[in-house]
Design a protein around this ligand. Structure first.
Ligand code: IMP
Length: 211
């Protein structure tokens, strides 16, 4: 049985951008989003071997520490020709300085080494895993993806991370060339385009009541 989220929800992230995005997404459902940073919760190590495992490690740690339901996400870019890399290491490929230009260049170098020059050989997808954990260990988990192709050179200055190199299928502009409204394509404007928006739509279906 799925469990509905009501009242307060801890957002298990110390990233202000992600917190703002979740606050916005949750506002229509009357949920009060509290940041793990404000509660002074420690960030657990992401030791899982999948997006789903890492999302649940973060949500469970926050739910246990705060004694409240807690939400966490984990996401990344999966490149087919690179056997799924960078995958769960997507953030780490940008290094301490969070240099995503260097991370995109590294992917491009590896694709060139493998002779991946035509779009068919440059397929990739973003994945978003979302988890809500309750203090009694109940979990709700969803996962979604958006398929596309990697372009070179990267295009656009919007978004973050690998957005400028990612051209979603059936579109002519990269995520880096889209406004965030276009990138996420959430209802009522769309049914979700980005991996995060698609995962959120799934979570809303099973766990949230529209106000
Ligand atoms: P985490 O989910 O915070 O562990 O990190 C996910 C990493 O994957 C980010 O640092 C980005 O590098 C990448 N990533 C995840 N979602 C997106 C996206 O929507 N656009 C671009 N890069 C993303």
């Amino acid at each position: 049985m799925h469990r509905r989220i009501t009242g307060k929800l801890v957002i298990a992230t110390h990233n202000p951008g992600k917190l703002d995005e979740m606050r916005e997404l949750l506002a229509p459902y009357g949920i009060e989003a509290i940041s793990a940073g404000v509660l002074g919760l420690a960030e657990p190590e992401e030791t899982g071997d999948s997006f789903r495992a890492n999302a649940s490690i973060k949500a469970v740690a926050a739910a246990q520490a705060a004694k409240l339901p807690a939400f966490a996400d984990d996401s990344g870019l999966v490149v087919d020709a690179l056997d799924g890399a960078p995958g769960i290491y997507s953030a780490r490929w940008a290094g301490e300085t969070k240099d995503f230009s260097a991370a995109m260049a590294r992917i491009e170098r590896l694709l060139q080494e493998r002779g991946a020059t035509n779009p068919e050989a440059r397929k990739a997808h973003f994945v978003s895993a979302l988890c809500v954990a309750w203090p009694d260990d109940h979990l709700e988990e969803v996962e979604a993806r958006v398929d596309g192709t990697l372009v070179w050179p990267p295009r656009g200055t919007a978004g973050f991370g690998y957005d400028p190199a990612f051209l979603p299928d059936d579109h002519t502009r990269t995520f880096g060339e889209m406004t965030s409204i276009e990138k996420h394509g959430l209802p009522p404007l769309g049914l979700g385009l980005s991996h995060r928006a698609r995962a959120f739509v799934k979570l809303a279906e099973i766990c949230l009541d529209q106000r």
